[in-house]
Design a protein around this ligand. Structure first.
Ligand code: ADP
Length: 328
C-alpha cells in the first residue's frame, strides 16, 4: 500500500508586492510589481508534498472569488476533492518582498475560518500534516481522528503560534512530529512555562536552540521535535520510540545556495513538505535507522535551500528530481 498524506489546512491567494523597502508606520510606498499566486501554509505544504512525489489530499476551503486557486492546486498534483467552495472570501496574504528577499506579511483568514462539510479520511492515509491558519478546534478534531488510528503519523507546524492557553492544553501525546522555527521554539518554551536559559549573544543559532529543543523534548517525550534555523540549517531530536533508544540531537547546516537568497517565503513549508514526504518513504526506503532519518532531513534542507533561491512560495518549491540532482 503506498503511503498517503492528508493536509488539513489553509488556502490563500498570495499577493506579492515587490518593494524597495518594507513599508514603515505612516509611510506610503509604491510596489514595482504585483504577482498573485495560490498560497497558504496548508496549500504550500501540500504542494511541497506533491512536488516531492507524494499522494496528498488537501482539506480546506476557498471562496467564490477565487475558484482558480483550487484548479491551480489540482494542477500541482494535490487531491482537492475536499477543498470546498464557501461563501466567505478566499483567505489572502499581502506580502511585501524587499530587495534582500526579506518579507512582511498581512494575513486575512476569510474562507479558512469557514466551516467545511464533513470529510472522510482516506483509509490508506499514513501521515497527516497540520499548521495553525485554520481554527485550532478544526485542527484538534482532525488530529484526534488521525491519532485514534495507529497507522497515521501526525505532524504539526504551529505557525502562526497558538495562544499560551491553547498551547498549555494542547494534546502533545497525539503528535508524532513537531516542526518549529527557532522563534517558535522559544515562544513555545515560554508559553509552556519551560525554563529558558540565557545564551550568550555570540552563541551559534544551533547552540541557542539546543537547550530549547531539550526542554521541548522532555515536555513531549513521544514527539520528535525538529527546529529549523533559517540560513543556519536545522536541529532535530528523535524520540527513543523512533530509533529504539536514546539519541543525541542531530544538527545539519543549511544547503549551499546557487546564487543569493531571493525570497525566503515558503522555505519552512517546503522543508515541512519534503520532510514528511521523506518520512513517507519517498526518496529513501525504508526509513528506519538514525542514518535514514538524517538522510530525510538532508533532502528537506536541500529542497528548502532551493526554495529560497527563487521568488514565490508554492512556485519556488523544487521537484524531487531537481532536489536529487543537487544532493551529493
Ligand atoms: P520558517 O520559514 O518556517 O521561518 P526557516 O526560516 O527556519 O523556517 O527556514 C526553513 C528551512 O529553510 C531552514 O531549516 C533551511 O534549511 C532553509 N533556509 C531558510 N533560509 C535559508 C537561507 N537563507 N539559506 C539556505 N537555506 C535556508
Amino acid at each position: 500500500m503506498p503511503a498517503r498524506c492528508l493536509v488539513r489546512g489553509s488556502v490563500n491567494v498570495d499577493e506579492f508586492f515587490q518593494v524597495k523597502e518594507i513599508a514603515r508606520p505612516g509611510e506610503t510606498i509604491s510596489a514595482e510589481n504585483l504577482v498573485k499566486r495560490p498560497g497558504g501554509k496548508g496549500a504550500n505544504q501540500a504542494g511541497a508534498l506533491a512536488r516531492a512525489g507524494a499522494i496528498v489530499d488537501l482539506v480546506g476551503a476557498v471562496g467564490q472569488d477565487a475558484p482558480w486557486v483550487r484548479d491551480e492546486l489540482r494542477e500541482t498534483g494535490i487531491g482537492v476533492g475536499d477543498v470546498s467552495i464557501v461563501e466567505e472570501h478566499t483567505g489572502r496574504a499581502l506580502i511585501q518582498v524587499n530587495e534582500l528577499g526579506e518579507n512582511s506579511i498581512i494575513l486575512y483568514k476569510g474562507a479558512n475560518y469557514a466551516s467545511v462539510p464533513p470529510y472522510a479520511i482516506h483509509p490508506d492515509t499514513t501521515h497527516a500534516v497540520f499548521q495553525n491558519e485554520i481554527p485550532l478546534s478544526s485542527t484538534l478534531e482532525c488530529i484526534a481522528r488521525c491519532a485514534s488510528s495507529s497507522q497515521i503519523s501526525t505532524i504539526f507546524n504551529p505557525s502562526p503560534m497558538p495562544t499560551a492557553e491553547e498551547l498549555k492544553s494542547f494534546p502533545w501525546h497525539q503528535l508524532t512530529w513537531l516542526i518549529v522555527n527557532s522563534g517558535e521554539a522559544l515562544d513555545l518554551c515560554r508559553a509552556l512555562g519551560l525554563a529558558v536559559p540565557d545564551t550568550s549573544a555570540s552563541a551559534s543559532a544551533a547552540d541557542t536552540a539546543r537547550p530549547l529543543l531539550a526542554r521541548l523534548s522532555s515536555h513531549m517525550p513521544t514527539t520528535n521535535v525538529v527546529c529549523t534555523l533559517g540560513a543556519d540549517g536545522v536541529l532535530a531530536q528523535f524520540t527513543p520510540t523512533l530509533l529504539g533508544g536514546e539519541s543525541e540531537p542531530v544538527y545539519l547546516p543549511a544547503a549551499k545556495l546557487q546564487g543569493t537568497t531571493r525570497d525566503t517565503t515558503g522555505a519552512g513549508d517546503c522543508f515541512t513538505g519534503y520532510l514528511v514526504a521523506g518520512l513517507m518513504g519517498l526518496g529513501q526506503k525504508p526509513v528506519a535507522t538514525a542514518a535514514d532519518y538524517v538522510a530525510v532531513l538532508k533532502r528537506a534542507v536541500q529542497a528548502a535551500g532551493m526554495c529560497v533561491e527563487k521568488r514565490g512560495a508554492l512556485a519556488s518549491i523544487p521537484l524531487a528530481t531537481q532536489v536529487e540532482a543537487r544532493l551529493d
